[in-house]
Design a protein around this ligand. Structure first.
Ligand SMILES: Cc1ncc(COP(=O)(O)O)c(C=O)c1O
Length: 372
């Protein structure tokens, strides 16, 4: 065994322990405490937007965004078919209907041409997902949204730090939703964020996620609210992780560059492509193997050599709750699912680990009849 290689394990160190212990010692262990507003301000400053509201998950961030925009029964919301199921479930939570749209085989992101085919009189919003950190074609998506008067809720769960046209993903639509789950670029152990420039809306979201309490000193509720708050302990970990964001992003991007450089001669391996003005956060580096059999054999080989990988998300139409959804299908999501692999992206790994992974991959491809 070479040494342990991590797929997506969190990178938690002394700073996180220090801030967490301070929060514990302060007695503020639940949703009240100074770390929560501090974390929210840090996020808003970093993203260069007016306000961000922390939540207890990326899923609840997406749910509250849809809810606050008034999307509900009778409405349709466009989502990519190739994503984690948490993009689409909140559409069902608010009583609306998800409409699935295929992705582009080059970028793996929602395909703008297919979005336009999916729009009906009932369409209220688009949720573009910056898959594995790779920014969507936001110019085109915003153009379509403007033309049909639709909201854009960015699912930036995987793309903190990614940019499109010089702006951070999550700040390019009406609202941006982030995840701080344990496997994300930075983590709070579990948490999320809604971000945007409409301060009034974000104040209302802050109120809704805190059980719709009108006044912190009183127990009076003028609306139905939610308990979607981030705790002070989670925010304390988040503050430490935020200080290390540039370090963690730089590492992920260095891994991505090394994978691309070292595997560039393998003719049958293709990488997820970025749009011209985009800069991925490289949360994961995804590749497409030649076909499903090679993908499966490759995963087996890498596993034998101590290298964990994961398959690309299964398209949503292949799950029972989404089987009967309308789907603008060009066959691309399924194509990528059959052939796609995410290579190790944890920042606990080092560049030497990426060298070892690439060497193992090259050995696999250069055997037998594979082109190398
Ligand atoms: C694309 C996408 N959307 C939404 C989520 C939901 O985030 P969370 O797990 O924090 O609820 C995740 C991650 O888990 C995700 O990858």
């Amino acid at each position: 065994m070479y040494k342990e290689i991590y797929l997506d394990a969190p990178n938690i160190g002394e700073l996180e322990k220090l801030y967490l212990n301070k929060a514990i010692d302060s007695g503020y262990i639940s949703s009240v405490g100074p770390s929560v507003p501090e974390f929210e301000e840090k996020c808003a400053d970093y993203l260069q937007i007016k306000k961000s509201v922390s939540t207890n998950s990326g899923t609840s961030a997406l749910h509250i965004a849809l809810y606050d925009l008034g999307i509900g029964t009778g409405d349709e919301v466009i989502v990519p078919a190739l994503t984690f199921i948490a993009t689409a479930n909140p559409v069902i939570y608010v009583g609306a209907t998800p409409v699935l749209v295929d992705v582009d085989t080059r970028t793996w992101d929602i395909y703008p041409v297919a979005i336009e085919k999916a729009v009906t009189e009932k369409t209220k919003a688009i949720i573009p997902v910056h898959l594995y950190g790779n920014p969507c074609d936001m110019n085109e998506i915003n153009r379509i949204a403007k033309k049909y008067n639709l909201y854009v809720i960015e699912d930036a769960a995987e793309s903190l730090g990614a940019k499109y046209g010089g702006k951070f993903t999550g700040t390019l639509g009406d609202l941006g939703c982030f995840s701080f789950n344990g496997n994300k670029t930075i983590t709070t152990g579990g948490g999320g964020m809604v971000a945007g420039n409409d301060e009034q809306r974000l104040d209302h979201i802050k109120f809704l996620i805190n059980q719709a309490r009108d006044n912190p000193g009183e127990i009076y509720h003028s609306e139905i609210g939610f308990n979607y708050r981030m705790t002070n302990l989670q925010a304390a970990i988040g503050l430490a992780q935020f200080e290390r964001l540039e370090e963690l992003l730089a590492k992920k991007r260095a891994f991505n560059s090394a994978y691309k450089e070292e595997l560039k001669d393998l003719k049958t391996v293709r990488f997820q492509k970025e749009y011209e003005t985009a800069e991925s956060s490289s949360w994961f580096t995804g590749i497409i193997a030649e076909d499903a059999t090679i993908r499966s054999d490759l995963q087996k080989r890498l596993k034998e050599r101590g290298i964990p990988t994961r398959r690309v998300f299964r398209p949503l139409n292949e799950f029972p709750p989404y089987r009967n959804c309308r789907f603008i299908d060009h066959g691309n999501s399924h194509y990528i699912y059959e052939r796609g692999i995410c290579l190790p992206g944890s920042t606990l790994n080092e560049i030497e680990d990426v060298n070892y992974i690439c060497k193992t991959l090259k050995e696999f491809y250069c055997e037998g009849s594979f082109v190398c």
